[in-house]
Write a protein that binds this ligand. Structure first.
Ligand code: GLA
Length: 387
């Protein structure tokens, strides 16, 4: 008898960068992320067995279980995310029986490129297609975010999931974290280059420190609202109301809020310049724009390091060295922080292959670890791949 062909689906799910608006997604801001050409690749296939088999091919790990066992299973690492997505998708108990999922990824883990969001978004999108569940990308983004909250204990915002699901090739997204509007736009780089430097630092405290930052900003927000019940979000805090609020905050929370308010302003300024350039406003000169954008990146780094305190010595060292290199407009740590990557804006003439080795060897001497250079391209969001 002929074996029936089993249903099969390939899904590509990218990681992300963020140009500007760091730690603003849970602080009522606008953020400017993009999906990149580093991704998870899933293969989802029906299987003639009641067991669900998940294979993390890069890690050479696999996990096989019955649907009925899933909710009470004890998991850690990547299995937390898989468990969360499977449970939150609202599948019928019979649906996932006989499922085989394999995945690989070239997104470095813990590098601030949102590999966990790509894992959750890709898996949720794949299951949605596979079982024809009819969920929208917006719903999938929220579900992937809930997976982080409930199954990994990270109270993240929605930026990473939106970037992974809504990314558009060669575009950044302006994601308004209040209205949830997403506006793709092209970044006028005029030949300049964006690339990443991976510090290779993976900080263990990242998750708890991230949640602490969020909690202290939520506390500051309730004080702000008690002073002005009409205040809708940080973006609308009139400067005359900022002073009485600052007086009610402890010194540490004052610094956190100062960073947030300054970062909101930097995003506004960059958006304004980028749209003037898109509208061919000749009063904005390309070189000046790149210098201003670079200066914003560097100011954001300083704010994240000194005020929001989510950088680390290794990132600060690399950021300092790279911004002293001729042809570099600016650089900043990117993502949640405490390690991971720097995002660098440099001129077209900047040659990473000759400029970076001396910096990397100084880094090696100082910290005993090897930094890496990743070129990046802005890519499409989660999609079905060719099978
Ligand atoms: C992590 C979180 C995001 C966002 C960034 C910081 O990537 O998952 O929601 O808060 O940090 O901008």
């Amino acid at each position: 008898m002929e074996t029936p062909t089993l249903k099969r689906l390939r899904v590509i799910a990218p990681g992300r960068i963020n140009l500007l608006g760091e730690h603003l997604d849970y602080n009522h801001g606008i953020v400017l992320p993009a999906a990149i050409d580093r991704h998870f690749e899933f293969e989802i296939q029906a299987r003639q067995s009641p067991l669900i088999l998940i294979e993390a091919l890069d890690l050479n790990e696999q996990w096989e279980f019955l649907w009925a066992e899933l909710s009470s299973s004890t998991t850690s690492g990547w299995k937390n995310y898989v468990k969360g997505v499977l449970l939150l998708m609202g599948l019928d108990s019979h649906q996932p029986a006989g499922l085989h999922i394999r995945f690989t990824s070239n997104i470095p883990i813990g590098a601030g490129l949102s590999s966990s969001a790509a894992l959750c978004c890709g898996l949720a999108f794949g299951l949605n297609e596979f079982y024809d569940l009819g969920k929208t990308r917006q719903e999938l983004a929220l579900l992937a975010q809930q997976t982080e909250h409930q199954f990994a204990g990270v109270k993240c915002g929605l930026m990473d999931q939106v970037a992974s699901l809504f990314g558009k090739a060669n575009h950044l997204l302006a994601f308004d974290c209040i209205s949830h509007d997403i506006t793709p736009f092209e970044l006028p780089l005029h030949g300049a280059q964006l690339f990443l430097i991976d510090s290779k630092v993976k900080h263990n405290l990242a998750e708890s420190a991230y949640n602490q930052r969020r909690a202290s900003m939520e506390q500051a927000w309730s004080i702000a609202q008690s002073l002005d019940p009409n205040l809708q979000h940080w973006r609308d805090l009139p400067s005359e109301n900022a002073l009485p609020l600052f007086e009610k905050l402890d010194a540490e929370t004052q610094k956190r809020l100062q960073y947030v308010l300054e970062e909101i302003k930097r995003v506004e300024a960059v958006q304004k310049l980028a749209s003037a350039l898109a509208a061919a406003d000749l009063s904005v000169k390309h070189e000046e724009w790149l210098e201003q954008l670079g200066a914003c990146l560097t100011q954001t780094h300083m704010g994240l390091s000194v005020l929001y305190e989510v950088s680390c010595t290794e990132l600060d060292f690399l950021q300092d060295q790279i911004t002293k290199s001729p042809g570099v407009y600016g650089a900043r740590m990117m993502g949640g922080g405490f390690g991971g990557c720097l995002l660098v804006l440099a001129s077209a003439e900047f040659e990473p292959s000759s400029a970076l080795p001396p910096i990397f060897s100084a880094y090696q001497n100082q910290f005993g670890s090897t930094a890496l250079h990743y070129p990046i391209a802005l890519a499409a969001g989660v999609h079905v791949g060719a099978s």
